[in-house]
Design a protein around this ligand. Sequence first.
Ligand SMILES: Cc1cc2nc3c(=O)[nH]c(=O)nc-3n(C[C@H](O)[C@H](O)[C@H](O)COP(=O)(O)OP(=O)(O)OC[C@H]3O[C@@H](n4cnc5c(N)ncnc54)[C@H](O)[C@@H]3O)c2cc1C
Length: 385
Amino acid sequence: MELPYFSEEHQLLRDMVADFARNEVAPVTDELDRDGRFPAELVAKMAELGLMGIPIPQEYDGAGMDTVSYSIAVHELAKVDASLAITAAAHISLGTMPILLFGNEEQKKKYLPVLATGKMLGAFGLTEPGAGSDAGATQTRAHRQGDRFVVTGEKAFCTNAGQAGVIVFTARLIDDGEDQGISAFLVEKDTPGLRLGKPEKKMGWRASDTRSLYFEELELPTQNLLGKPARGFSQFLETLAGGRISVGALSLGTGEGAYELALKYASEREAFGQKIGQFQAVRFNLADMATQLEAARHLVYHASWLKDQGRSVIKSAAMAKLYASELAMRIAIDAIQIHGGYGYIREYQVERFFRDAKVLEIGEGTSEIQRMIIARAILEEAQRI
Ligand SMILES: Cc1cc2nc3c(=O)[nH]c(=O)nc-3n(C[C@H](O)[C@H](O)[C@H](O)COP(=O)(O)OP(=O)(O)OC[C@H]3O[C@@H](n4cnc5c(N)ncnc54)[C@H](O)[C@@H]3O)c2cc1C
């Protein structure tokens, strides 16, 4: 059944991305995961298909489509390859959106067309070794010195960092020795003073690029400030609220991918003279997966639709991300159980979904942080009544 949020255009997009994922990505997914290789050639194909700038306005060479479309693309990619889905989602939600939302016209004209067409990848450096959930504890400092900023500090876990042409990052702006608060900045690759760490060796998302960034007396012209000085904290909260919808879509795809493998296996594998899908324990497990995936689908697309209506998505994005990510993890565990011993073997693919699912409960705000956001929102709503 089609969701009420889906127009004919949405369905065409979904079919196009699903074809691409099935025909061009699926044949190489296992190899990319095994080798931990970033697939630049597939990212270039996604750019040709217009997938790297779906929600970016056409005036900046994006596809000018809505958030529902963007969620559809991430969802379909993640059913097959979560690494590729996070590469696109981090590029769009975290690397490109802050420039669209907070950049001045000069910055938008310079970066958005190359980002939206996928000629350049974007990344977002917020997390630091000592500031993850508690992002307000940011230690990276940008000292204003005349018409320059001199930046020192370190960022951890930056997705796409090794492939990106431009990185948005946060730092404390220090002016005349005074801490003005957290601000956002832009840095281009190969700028002297920017050093990239080695790719992290990860449990999952192995074909995506995650690294630390080191700012070693990095000099930036003052026009590389993004948005208003000292507004970096509220800017990244807004960026992450949008990003959480795409992590919800990514989680939905990851859960569905694992569920489809379990469903197929339950229809083929025999034990005690019958298909294991005939056993009530397995049937109930599959029924729960299908029901909960349906619920996650509604949460994710409802949050996407709300965003397209210009409504606040702080609570709905957190709910979609929390529910869909925890569901993806549960389904991946149960899908392995349905595969028995074969679920533990790489060849059967389901263990990749398990490894890819865990990070969904951590990145762009852990489950605990999502619960804090939801609790704050519902208690504020209750006070207004
Ligand atoms: C593969 C990967 C890609 C990533 N990509 C990016 C990226 O592109 N850009 C970026 O900036 N970051 C990125 N991150 C970082 C990610 O967003 C952080 O890891 C995450 O926000 C958690 O921060 P932390 O790791 O410092 O954990 P911590 O904040 O140290 O949390 C540790 C534990 O304590 C819990 N905790 C913390 N505070 C509270 C509290 N108040 N109440 C209850 N529990 C709490 C957490 O929920 C967690 O369980 C990525 C991470 C990974 C693993």
